[in-house]
Design a protein around this ligand. Structure first.
Ligand code: G1P
Length: 273
């Protein structure tokens, strides 16, 4: 099995949940302390050994492309934040018609290799010395099946997630039987929500092509995975760590405050007098 080195980072969604903040800037460029969210996502990829990275952008996302250029006046400042960063490639999703279609735009980049999809608006803090993405990649290596990350979600939160139904095959790992994108709580007994790390193989592209528009009229990656499940084994695995979804104003503000309150550089500014 070839080692996974490629990461596809979809960052093309229109970010309407953040209006007016995202009318003229991508949601992936929202700050968490002094770096934009997308910077953390790329760091997670690099720390996980994924050094061939493509970001899927679209209309209104030029700031992401500009951000990764080396155009700062002060090179030393640039180095402290960008020293580990490989070259980053960009593809454009020409119409924002769903996550599955965004992944499909990376097909030529992926070629014949297994690859990881990391959502551009979700960041992770590992509870171990391995990144969360490395933990999912290890499960992929162990079982030799496409593997997606899941965590337990409450019944009220289900409407915000793709949900997985599966049979346990090992500690914290399930063989997926069924997937539902943003179901009503009455539609499934499962509490396993898709968190946004997917280790996939190139046959996913045929599954995406055969998928019809689903929830919200968009091409859903969850539906393409269901097509895979009907043809081959796909696994879901949990992880040790914390996931910060930056998908809504509340979640972004919460994550920002958590990170800033822990950052020693700013501690004195928040001392209560
Ligand atoms: C996407 C996926 C969903 C997944 C979620 C995780 O939804 O479609 O299956 O659970 O990411 O954040 P979105 O949040 O983009 O609506």
């Amino acid at each position: 099995m070839p080692k996974v080195r490629k990461a596809v980072i979809p960052a093309a969604g229109i970010g309407s949940r953040f209006y007016p903040l995202t009318r003229a800037q991508p949601k992936e460029m929202l700050p968490i302390v002094d770096k934009p969210v997308i910077h953390y996502v790329v760091e997670e990829a690099v720390k996980s050994g994924l050094d061939e990275i493509v970001i899927v952008v679209g209309a209104g996302k030029d700031a992401i492309i500009n951000y990764f250029d080396r155009h700062f006046l002060d090179d030393s400042m640039d180095e402290s934040y960008f020293s580990e960063m490989p070259d980053i490639y960009f593809v454009r999703q020409r119409k924002q018609i769903g996550l599955a279609n965004a992944v499909l735009t990376a097909e030529a980049f992926v070629g014949e290799d297994p690859f990881t999809v990391l959502l551009g608006d979700t960041i992770y803090e590992s509870g171990t010395d391995k990144t969360v993405t490395s933990q999912i990649l290890e499960a992929y290596d162990r079982y030799d099946k496409p593997t997606i990350a899941v965590e337990k979600v409450t019944r009220e939160k289900m409407r915000d997630y793709g949900m997985v139904e599966g049979d346990p095959v090992g500690p914290g790992t399930w063989a997926i039987r069924n997937l539902l994108e943003k179901p009503e709580p009455s539609e499934t007994k499962s509490d396993l929500g898709i968190t946004g790390i997917y280790v996939l193989e190139p046959d996913i592209f045929n599954s995406i092509r055969s998928t019809k528009p689903g929830r919200n009229g968009e091409y859903q990656l969850t539906d393409a995975l269901l097509d895979q499940v009907r043809k081959r084994d796909v696994y879901a695995t949990s992880f040790n760590g914390t996931r910060h979804d930056i998908g809504t104003k509340e979640l972004w503000i919460k994550t920002f405050m958590e990170y800033v309150s822990r950052d020693k550089r700013f501690a004195s500014s928040f001392d209560s007098k």
